[in-house]
Write a protein that binds this ligand. Structure first.
Ligand code: NAD
Length: 398
């Protein structure tokens, strides 16, 4: 395939293509954000499995483990490779960049592209681990998916982002029209709640860990983590108290169950880490969140507190997982990486700005431009240092 000039193509706000060079720059920047920035003497995991490893928090975790601690990593994700003149998805190009940088630095990496909910992918992972990596000492579960086919029943569950019990109205940004509007979300049905829990809850995490335990692929003291979000009260009806919140509660139950199993068999642990709100493909799809993510970084940057996925995951490793002592947990046994986001002074400023934002002042009173740039950046567009007029190779594979 000859090189081609890749311009951003979108359907509404959503990007439908990706720029390989922009994705590469993003991965390089994250690698630089870890290299040499780990406290000397810290010992980290050696063999790490990351499920949901191609973008967002999963990719940041994989980079932190590999470049921070020299870990061998196996990444699992669901991405579209390039086809003819059609570009791949961003997660594919991120992985191409990850492998090329890892190879340059002598880091072992294997990636498996497929449906993590399926039994086939679990079997493929078991094969790779047995032959090339075991025993695994850290498993990160970082899936964000709109649907799941349960291999036991063949049933497809679709997750929804809805409130529970009653309708919820609040302000949000209509991303297609770039207007501040009120949005009303109708409450979820019982089936929608159950389906969302089936997709984003803890069932598949337990299945993964069950397979790894059964196949004896986990190291003594092995640990596993899944990611969650709580956020400020403004977003609770749609997030923490909504369908996704129910799924996250189920994830916490799974953490309790897995913690007991790992502790008794290997002296290991399972935890949920509550992370900060960041712009990812998953979070931008949640109503209310774009307005929140146009205000939050503005306030946090002013206070020198802002973190992206890489800074969050670097802190997860340096301060919680590899600090040489048991990590600090909250009353519900969770790791709290959202402490800075939820600081009273931060939330008070966000709450004071929130009702003042209108379509007219959206660009002057919020960092909506930063949110848009961040969102385009996820697909490799509007990335500093990339010349988008230059043809680039899109048919890339790791
Ligand atoms: P993301 O969209 O950036 O990444 C999702 C990952 O899951 C990708 O690697 C994708 O390929 C993979 N994936 C999706 N479906 C898959 C499937 N069927 N099989 C294999 N891989 C699949 O999402 P993210 O925002 O990084 O979210 C990851 C986790 O972090 C989620 O549990 C999310 O709730 C949590 N979290 C996110 C935020 C936030 O603000 N983005 C905050 C706190 C917690």
């Amino acid at each position: 395939m000859p090189q081609q000039i890749v311009k951003r193509r979108s359907r509404g706000f959503i990007c439908v293509n990706a720029h390989p060079e922009g994705c590469r720059r993003n991965v390089e920047r994250w690698v630089e954000g870890v290299r040499g920035k780990i406290p000397p003497g810290q010992i980290g995991p050696k063999n790490v499995l990351v499920i949901g490893a191609s973008t967002g928090y999963g990719l940041a975790s994989r980079i932190a483990a590999a470049w921070g601690y020299g870990a061998k990593t196996l990444g699992v994700f669901f991405e579209r490779p390039p086809e003819g003149d059609k570009t791949a998805t961003a997660g594919h190009y991120n992985t191409v960049a990850f492998h090329s940088l890892a190879q340059n630095d002598g880091l072992f990496a294997v990636s498996i592209n497929g449906d993590a909910f399926s039994d086939e992918v679990k079997r493929d992972v078991v094969d790779v681990l047995r032959k090339q990596m075991a025993p695994v000492d850290l498993v990160i579960y970082s899936l964000a998916s709109p649907k799941r086919r349960d291999p036991r029943t063949g049933q497809v569950h679709n997750s929804v982002l809805k409130p529970i019990g009653q309708a919820f109205t609040n302000r949000t940004i209509d991303l297609d029209l770039e207007k501040v509007v009120n949005v009303t979300l109708q409450p979820a049905s019982e089936k929608e709640i159950a389906d969302t829990v089936a997709v984003m809850g803890g069932d598949d995490w337990k299945r993964w860990m069950g397979v790894l335990l059964e196949e004896k692929l986990l190291a003594e003291g092995a640990r596993t983590l899944a990611y969650s979000y709580i956020g400020p009260k403004t977003t609770w009806p749609i997030y923490h108290g909504g369908t996704i919140g129910q799924a996250k509660k189920d994830l916490e139950c799974a953490a309790g169950y897995l913690d007991a199993a790992l502790a008794s068999k290997l002296g290991g642990n399972a935890w949920v880490s509550v992370n900060k709100a960041v712009v990812t493909q998953a979070s931008a799809a949640i109503p209310i969140v774009p307005l929140y993510l146009s205000l939050l970084p503005l306030v946090m940057k002013k206070k020198n507190l802002d973190e992206g996925p890489l800074e969050q995951m670097r802190r997860l490793f340096t301060d919680f997982l590899c600090a040489g002592r048991p990590p600090k947990l909250d009353e519900a046994r969770r790791l709290r990486l959202d402490d800075r986001e939820l600081r009273e002074d931060v939330q008070a400023e966000v709450a004071a700005l929130w009702p003042q934002i209108t379509t007219e002042n959206l660009r002057t009173m919020t960092d909506f431009a930063g949110f848009q740039r961040g969102f385009c950046g996820l697909f490799g567009f509007e990335v500093e240092g990339v010349d988008y007029e230059q043809p680039t190779e899109t048919n890339l594979h790791w």
